[in-house]
Design a protein around this ligand. Sequence first.
Ligand code: PLP
Length: 403
Amino acid sequence: MIGLDDVLDAEPRVRETSRHTPVEYSTTFSEMTGAEVHLKMEHRQRTGSFKIRGATNRIATLSESARDAGVVTASAGNHAQGVALAASREGVDATVVMPENAPFAKVKATCDYGADIVLHGVDYDEAAERAHEIEREQGRTYVHAFDDPMIMAGQGTLGLEIARDLPTVDTVAVAVGGGGLISGTATALKGLLDEVRVVGVQAEGAASAARSLRKGSIERLDGVDTIADGIAARSVGHETFPIIQERVDEVVTVSDDDIATAVTHLLERTKSLVEGAGAVGLAAMLADAFDYDDGEVVVPALCGGNIDMNVLTTVLTRGLIQTGRYLQIRTVLKDRPGALESFLEILADHRANILAVDHDRASRDVQMNAAEVELDVETRGSDHVERLLAALREAGYEVEVLS
Ligand SMILES: Cc1ncc(COP(=O)(O)O)c(C=O)c1O
């Protein structure tokens, strides 16, 4: 198991490539939660996530011969970019195997940071198999994304920064995928501060660590399903799990809707573009997934900002729906002149802005003399949605909320 000294040893090495990211007080989230919320702005890290920290520490501690032989890894995400930049800064040759369908933007970013890219396989598992073949064929060192003491110690420097910048911190909320980030962070925080609580947060659809803790042994999931691709790991690591058992106070889960809501609030209120995995700590606070007191000093770590623009569109739509700002409804109207107008008048009276209307007289789901109408409406929050739906129903319309 790594200790505080390993994280302290990693610090000067990590400093060579990585930023010391700020911890910023948030008036908005403090008011929303009643706690004293400070955000660890790690989405502003080089390469857009904390991954550069661990990758740097791993590569900087390679033997001379291992440096000469180069490194290899498999990843379609943040780890790929972290390894690519860390290796090129250290003058070490890096090969990154990415699945063939990896988003072009990520392939290009990883390539621009200086790695050789091999596109192989349909998913991460197949890419990882190829990376291990390259490891054997070329004698390269495989850089694991989380299950490696040097990776954990490097990620732990994020915890050192929080402990030093905000020694009054009561609770730190950290995303958990394979568990490298939280293992290092908990080691640093518990090593430096007497009374600090470390809460791990996972997506409901990828909650291996939470389940494994309950069971007392590692549980590998058959599949994962979450919008937070950065933490879509099937299993917590063999090296990370005992550290999580010993040093993490609890691991909680949040839904994709909770995550979308947090990403939307972060963008709108603090102008911070944070990916799903980076927003789960705040999502857990907003969804009351763990307990905290009024005035408690809580730091959600915003650990990454690399979100695919298409995914962002989906996430924001879900976030707007969750916060009552976007409503999709369906109703059935009589198929006669003026029927649609009467319905729309109620929306206009409530100052609900119509974004799209689909009026279908030929729908098989309705009678011959009726038309099915679906509307996308811009609304002003949950209260506004409630008032609007009540008015429509009071006027005799049967309205189904689609999302
Ligand atoms: C943004 C972000 N947050 C959190 C994690 C989880 O890190 P770990 O696998 O070390 O638990 C990852 C992993 O890729 C990530 O990219």
